[in-house]
Design a protein around this ligand. Sequence first.
Ligand code: CA
Length: 223
Amino acid sequence: MVKLAILDVDGTITDSSRRIQESSITTIRKAQDNGKIICLVSGNVIPVMYALQIYIGIRHEVFAENGGVMYYQNRIEKFFEKDKTEKFLDYISGISSARGIFTNVWRYSSMAFEMDADDIEKVRSESDRWNLDITDSGFSWHVLNKGQNKGYALKKLMELHHLEKEDVLVVGDSKNDLSMFVEGVNRATVKNGDPVLKEVSDYISPMNNGEAIPDIFRKFSLI
Ligand code: CA
């Protein structure tokens, strides 16, 4: 029985243009009223996750920066440093079309950027050389420390709540969710989810993006 659901934000509880889906808000609240633990894990920054937690009414932890930072009960816990990712972004900005995005001023453990598609391979090989990871959320690129990913957040949340894999549901729509789609965990994606997620999902909703949340929550008996 699922006790904890970990949800990606952009494209998972929102529509394709990032507007939050009203039905996903009411579904999350209903599941919480049923005693379920709902957590958000996003590539976005702490101030945004803090606001989502308050205004949706999420009662448990939220993770920002792809698992790098956690916010709960007026406390920010940082698991990775941003120094190296900042230096890397400076470097690639000089040798490619990569440019940082404005939310970087609020980042604690990583950097986000945009770049032209032609530069992806070049920047990826530089990230290997620097022993860093780059990942595409579908909305922006992120440079992350090794081991910093949504799978890290999954592990942290299982420890914090003393849960086993079978107690957990993960829901996502894009490649940067793959690290939390581990064997043994209940895995669900949306109709327009990335093929790599569909391949490892236990359930693919017939609905797109945030419209799928009520369907997925019913499927796993959270509501
Ligand atoms: Ca997403």
